[in-house]
Ligand binder design. Structure first.
Ligand code: HEC
Length: 305
């Protein structure tokens, strides 16, 4: 079938084939790169926030708590509790910056002192996974919520120090001011080395994912544009340099073939087509010389008749 096609059709078809195949390959590679890039970007965002919160916790227990330890006897100050300060700092970040509205930080706990830290259904499953697999140090995954896609990183909260149990074992052991504020029901009965909850940071993934999608579409449009320009350019060059000169030679050859020996092959070009025209020109010359000779040979005989 390809044999019946004109040169231009053949070239265009072949180039279009390359275009479609090439675009397919590029799309697969780009999809792969963008996906891992998106995941890296979101993960590093979540990790920075997680480490910042750990730093706030550390600051609270090493610098704030020692200063205020005496006052706890009189009145309980949650400002001395790392879990509280981390949560408050993060809330401040969310309230003061619209763009962080959909970021979440929670020390999701099965039996928390402060009920706002109680693990919901989804978080409970994560905590249970950490409890049943003590070697598991981190869970990171995407999660769909009503506001779009979230990416979260979760780490287990384990009671590693005896000192934690001063407040989290029984109401009798805890400072009275704490019991007065938080009651006797919640946040007690924790044991040493027990995993009581999970520190979970969630960052919105929707924006990064749709940005990656946009760059994907943009890059594909640019590459298609370049490909299509190349096809048009090849078409134009083929027409100018091959097809039109060839058609001209065909036209002249046809004229010569019907006896018009004055028709001229132009030989202005230096390329292969020029050589072809030149060869045709020489052929025409030989042809006309042969015809002349023929007619000269014939003429004397004419007079004899
Ligand atoms: C001085 C008493 C005290 C000590 C010591 C203490 N906590 Fe707490 N902890 C609290 C209080 C009170 C809260 C609730 C703070 C709030 O209102 O957010 C809390 C909250 C938490 C939370 C968040 C979940 C919840 O219960 O609301 C975690 C997790 C936690 N503590 C872990 C620890 C660990 C681990 C240690 C030991 C390194 C520790 N705590 C030592 C009093 C204490």
């Amino acid at each position: 079938m390809l044999k019946k096609w004109k040169l231009r059709q053949k070239f265009t078809a072949i180039l279009l084939g390359i275009l479609i195949f090439g675009l397919g390959l590029i799309a697969i590679a780009m999809g792969f790169i963008l996906r891992s890039d998106t995941q890296n970007q979101i993960t590093s965002q979540a990790l920075i926030l997680m480490e910042t919160m750990n730093s706030v916790r550390e600051y609270t227990s090493s610098q704030v708590k020692p200063e205020l330890i005496d006052k706890i006897e009189v009145e309980f100050l949650p400002e001395t509790i790392p879990a509280y300060s981390a949560r408050e700092v993060f809330e401040g970040l969310r309230q003061n910056n619209l763009e962080y509205r959909n970021f979440f930080y929670k020390e999701a706990t099965l039996n928390p002192s402060n009920l706002r830290d109680r693990a919901d259904q989804f978080e409970t499953k994560i905590v249970e996974r950490f409890i049943s697999n003590p070697n598991l140090k981190e869970i990171a995954d995407f999660r769909s919520v009503s506001g779009g896609q979230l990416f979260f990183i979760a780490r287990p909260i384990q009671i590693k120090k005896e000192s934690c149990l001063q407040c989290h074992s029984t109401p009798e052991k805890a400072p009275p001011s704490l019991v007065e504020r938080y009651g006797t029901k919640n946040g007690y009965g924790w044991k040493l080395n027990e995993i009581v909850g999970a520190q979970i940071i969630s960052v919105p993934a929707q924006k990064v994912v749709s940005q990656a999608r946009q760059s994907f579409v943009g890059i594909m449009i640019i590459i298609s544009g370049v490909f299509i320009s190349v096809i048009l350019l090849v078409n134009y060059l083929l027409n100018q340099n091959v097809i039109r000169p060839l058609k001209r030679i065909v036209r002249v050859a046809e004229e010569v073939s019907v006896g018009n020996l004055n028709a001229d092959f132009d030989e202005l070009r230096q390329d292969e087509i020029g050589s072809l025209a030149e060869a045709f020109g020489r052929m025409k010359l030989s042809l006309s010389m042969a015809m002349n000779r023929l007619s000269k040979v014939n003429r004397p005989n004419d007079s004899n008749h």
